[in-house]
Design a protein around this ligand. Structure first.
Ligand code: HH2
Length: 288
C-alpha cells in the first residue's frame, strides 16, 4: 500500500469515528443503505455463506464497492422467527475477531449487530462505530451505559418474544420504543445519536410486518431517523411464495414503500440492487 493510500484509508477511518457520524451520514440527499454481513452458521437467509473469514471480508468489500454507506456485522443470528439459539459470548467474539478489523479497514462506518454489551464493547474497541441492538437497549442492562460512554450512534429496534396476532402492533411498537428512549435518556445517550426501527419480522405476524411498513410514517412523531430492514423476510413469502434467496423483488418493493413513508436507512443483503431501486425511485420523483 502506498503512503498516500494508507493516509487516505486512515482519514476515512477517522471520519467513521467522528462524534457527529450520524448527522453527517444523514446529510446525504438520499436514504442510506446499510449492507448486512452475517458471520454466522444459521442466519435465516444466508447462514453459513460468510462464516469463513475470507468469504466474509470479500462480501464486505463487494458491498462497499456497490455503494453501501454502513456495514452491519452480526455474529449471532437474531432469529427473527423465534427459534432462538443463544450463542456463547466467546463464540460470538471468536467469529468477529478474524473479520472485523479487515471490515473496519474498508473505511465505511461499521455497526455491530448484537444484544450483548460485551460484544458491542469489543467491536467498538476494534473500530466499529455504531451499535445495532435488536432488543432496543432492553435485553442487556449494560448496553445503554456502554453506548452512552462511547457516544456512538445506536439503532433501537422493536422486538417481542412472540408474535400475538390480537394486538395493535403500532401501539406495541410505540410503547416499546418509548420505553427504550426512556432507558437511553436515563443512561445519557444523546437523542442525536438514536435511530429507531420497527423491527420487521421480529415478534410480528406477516400481516403485522406489512402494517409496520404501511404505517411507518406514524413513527415519525418521535422526530428521529427511521431504519427499516425488510430484506428477504418471511412476510414476503406470505404475499408471494418464495424461499429467502428469491425474495429480492419483495424486499425492494417493501424498502421503496418504507422510504416513501420516511425511512432514512435501509438494511439490506442486496446492496447493488437496492441502491439501483432507490436511485430510480428518486430520479422519477425529481422528474415530476
Ligand atoms: N433484521 C435482522 C437482523 N438485525 N437489525 C435491525 N436494526 N433491523 C432489522 O430488521 C434486523 C436487524 C435479521 O436479518 P439477518 O441479519 O439477515 O438475519 P439473522 O439475524 O438470522 O442473521
Amino acid at each position: 500500500m502506498t503512503l498516500a493510500h494508507r493516509s487516505a484509508v486512515h482519514s476515512d477511518r477517522d471520519a467513521t469515528r467522528s462524534p457527529d457520524l450520524l448527522a453527517r451520514l444523514l446529510a446525504h440527499d438520499r436514504p442510506l443503505v446499510m449492507g448486512v454481513l452475517n458471520v454466522t452458521p444459521d442466519s435465516f437467509s444466508d447462514g453459513g455463506r460468510f462464516l469463513d473469514p475470507a468469504a466474509a471480508i470479500e462480501q464486505a468489500r463487494r458491498m462497499v464497492a456497490e455503494g453501501a454507506d454502513i456495514l452491519d456485522i452480526g455474529a449471532e443470528s437474531t432469529r427473527p422467527y423465534g427459534d432462538a439459539v443463544d450463542v456463547p459470548l466467546e463464540e460470538e467474539l471468536g467469529r468477529l475477531e478474524p473479520v472485523l478489523p479487515a471490515v473496519v479497514a474498508l473505511g465505511v462506518p461499521v455497526s455491530i449487530d448484537t444484544i450483548k454489551a460485551k460484544v458491542a464493547a469489543a467491536a467498538l474497541a476494534a473500530g466499529a462505530t455504531i451499535v445495532n441492538d435488536v432488543w432496543g437497549l432492553q435485553h442487556d442492562p449494560d448496553m445503554a451505559r456502554l453506548v452512552a460512554a462511547h457516544a456512538v450512534p445506536v439503532v433501537i429496534m422493536h422486538n417481542r418474544a412472540a408474535a400475538d396476532p390480537a394486538i395493535d402492533i403500532m401501539a406495541d411498537i410505540t410503547a416499546f420504543l418509548t420505553r427504550s428512549l426512556e432507558i437511553a435518556a436515563r443512561a445519557g445517550i444523546a437523542r442525536e445519536r438514536i435511530v429507531l426501527d420497527p423491527g420487521i419480522g421480529f415478534g410480528k405476524t406477516p400481516e403485522q410486518s406489512l402494517i409496520a411498513i404501511a404505517r411507518l410514517g406514524e413513527l415519525r412523531s418521535f422526530g428521529l431517523p427511521l431504519l427499516v430492514g425488510a430484506s428477504r423476510k418471511r412476510f414476503i413469502d406470505k404475499v408471494s411464495s418464495a424461499p429467502p434467496d428469491r425474495r429480492l423483488g419483495g424486499s425492494i418493493a417493501a424498502h421503496l414503500a418504507a422510504v416513501a413513508a420516511g425511512a432514512a436507512i435501509i438494511r439490506t443483503h442486496d446492496v447493488a440492487e437496492t441502491m439501483q431501486a432507490l436511485r430510480v425511485a428518486a430520479a422519477i420523483r425529481s422528474a415530476r
